[in-house]
Design a binder for this molecule. Structure first.
Ligand code: AMP
Length: 219
């Protein structure tokens, strides 16, 4: 069992790298952002509650996201999990530690993907995803091969996220620095933190993450 957290601001590349790890290592990606967007799109009660909060770029309550993760950990069968966009607060980090402990598991590595704020604005404003398979693209750095069509699954459902705009991004960054960045110190103190340079090319970030995982799982 290998359990990894990908930690970093919006646009750091967590989702892109998580998807690679799913393919290469057979891990299961647990993205609370994806789960919340699904709830919103399918119009559940919870989806209605979180829609405005997400559009503004604020964090959803700890209770809701911890509940989502708890449910997935109890039901998903996996060799391990990649936590993408969770935990985002110290309360969520504590809850995750208890949930893993309860099932006899532990965290292997927390990978901080470090990028500078200037790069985030560019990355987020050009980003779009496939609504069917979740592949992530970028207007400039990773365009689709055929206009309007996903390279991976052929779907024409390519979408820009509602919260990928300048105003929400500002608030998401603020939330990141206020509530999520303290987790870097927290996991450093626990001895679980590894940092990779998220400004490298996608392939090179993947290599850096692979090195970290080899190191973390060998010890
Ligand atoms: P993401 O796709 O990870 O960028 O998340 C999109 C939005 O979903 C965030 O801006 C928050 O509003 C909400 N969200 C996702 N994960 C969490 C979390 N762990 N805690 C609180 N809110 C979250």
């Amino acid at each position: 069992m290998t359990n990894i957290i990908l930690l970093g601001p919006p646009g750091a590349g967590k989702g892109t790298q998580a998807r690679r790890l799913v393919e290469e290592r057979g891990l299961v990606q647990l993205s609370t952002g994806d789960m919340l967007r699904e709830a919103k799109d399918s119009g559940t009660e919870m989806g209605k509650i979180v829609a405005d909060v997400m559009a503004r770029g604020d964090l959803v309550t700890d209770e809701i996201v911890i509940g989502l993760i708890e449910e997935k950990l109890a039901t998903a069968k996996a060799n391990g999990f990649i936590f993408d966009g969770f935990p985002r607060t110290l309360a969520q980090a504590d809850a995750l530690a208890s949930l893993l402990k309860r099932s006899g598991n532990q965290l292997d590595a927390v990978i901080e993907m470090r990028v500078d704020d200037e790069a985030l604005v560019d990355r987020i404003s050009g980003r779009f995803t496939c609504g069917k398979c979740g592949e992530v693209y970028h207007d400039k750095t990773k365009p689709v091969k055929v206009d309007g069509t996903c390279d991976e699954c052929g779907s024409n459902d390519l979408r820009h996220r509602a919260d990928d705009n300048a105003e929400s991004l500002k608030q998401r960054l603020m939330e990141y620095y206020k509530k999520t960045s303290p987790l870097i110190g927290y996991y450093y103190a626990m001895g679980d933190l590894f940092t990779v340079d998220g400004l490298q090319e996608i392939e090179d970030v993947a290599k850096s993450i692979a090195n970290v995982l080899d190191q973390a799982t060998a010890s």
